[in-house]
Design a protein around this ligand. Structure first.
Ligand code: DGY
Length: 325
């Protein structure tokens, strides 16, 4: 029997699956485990299931010990995992793609609707008790039909978001390191453009790229002051990818200056801290990183992570290994 550590509460289906073969310890506190406790608890683990709130760096791997074989991250994004350090130590790292595609695309398109139709602002108005009355010009939003969505990162979640946009009558342009899967490109009538053209053309810019900190494909602050300046003053920015893809200070300045019309954000640079300049703005919708937050999806993600860990512990190749490339 191997020792498996789960650093956070995850659905019991996944823990039960791990327990069919191994000795499993899971954190059961109401608050996430602090770093010092985590470093103690992972000592001696052969497999660790982590969440995106765990920083899996060299110190974390060293604290676990040389017997550690696999870190199974319960997320599709793995910017919290130092993959190079895992590779150097011969540890397999895995993620959970596929099972959260539709749920995350629902969140992205929910943000599109909320920000363009001012639903967040409207809900706040009703709850505030301030007077309101139906009127021809009362709280008018922006229609989506015939407008263009710009998908940055045409992977599975980007494609699923584009599908939703098509259903609302939008045209699709996209930019990314690789072209969209040809069948999806044809189905969506999507046009690949460079990032600058996307910024200049799209009425909604929706981010679906991974957070890459360094190198030629780096996406840290991809949307900075210069990028925001290229967007239309009537356009909206939606981020359901990772917070640091957007320079939040530059975004606040752009909203303040009317450079763009609004933003819908599910992710933030310093979660759970929110840039104070965003909090009071009516042209911004803020969600607390709910991208994959349904019972069904969180269960599927956790079970997939457990299966990945079990595979490695059994000496098999996991379904979802991640590598530096
Ligand atoms: C992911 O899996 O990367 C999502 O952000 C989790 O909600």
């Amino acid at each position: 029997m191997a020792r498996v550590v789960v650093t956070n509460r995850i659905p019991t289906e996944a823990v039960d699956l791990l327990r069919t073969e191994h000795d499993v310890w899971t954190w059961d506190g109401d608050e996430p485990m602090d770093r010092a406790t985590a470093l103690q608890r992972i000592e001696g683990a052969d497999a660790i299931l982590t969440l995106l709130t765990d920083t899996v760096d060299d110190a974390f791997l060293a604290a676990a010990g040389p017997q550690l074989k696999v870190v199974a991250n319960v997320a599709v994004g793995y910017n919290n995992v130092d993959v190079e350090a895992c590779e150097r130590r011969g540890i397999v790292a895995t993620n959970t793609p596929g099972v959260l595609t539709d749920t995350t695309a629902d969140t992205a398109f929910g943000l599109v609707l909320m920000v363009t139709r001012r639903f967040g602002e409207a809900e706040r108005l009703v709850r505030s008790g301030r007077p309101w009355a139906w009127g021809m010009e009362f709280m008018l939003g922006t229609g989506l039909q015939g407008k263009t969505i710009g998908i940055v990162g045409p992977g599975a979640i980007g494609i699923a978001t584009a599908r939703r946009a098509r259903a609302f009558g939008m045209d699709v342009v996209y930019s990314g390191r690789s072209p969209m899967e040809p069948a999806a490109e044809t189905e969506l009538g999507a046009r690949r453009v460079c990032f600058d053209e996307l910024l200049a053309t799209a009425d909604v810019v929706s981010l679906h790229c991974p957070l890459v900190l360094h190198g030629p494909d780096a996406t840290h602050h991809l949307v900075d002051a210069a990028a925001l300046a290229k967007m239309k003053p009537t356009a909206y920015l939606v981020n359901s990818a990772r917070g640091p893809v957007v320079d939040e200070a530059a975004l606040v300045a752009a909203l303040e200056a009317g450079t763009i019309a609004g933003a819908g954000l599910d992710v933030f640079e310093e979660e759970p801290t929110i840039h104070p300049g965003l909090l009071d703005r009516e042209d911004v919708v803020l969600l607390p990183h709910l991208g994959s937050a349904t019972v069904e999806t969180r269960t599927a993600m956790s079970v997939l992570a457990a299966q990945n860990a079990l595979a490695v512990l059994a000496g098999r190749a996991p379904e979802n290994p991640v590598t530096r490339d």
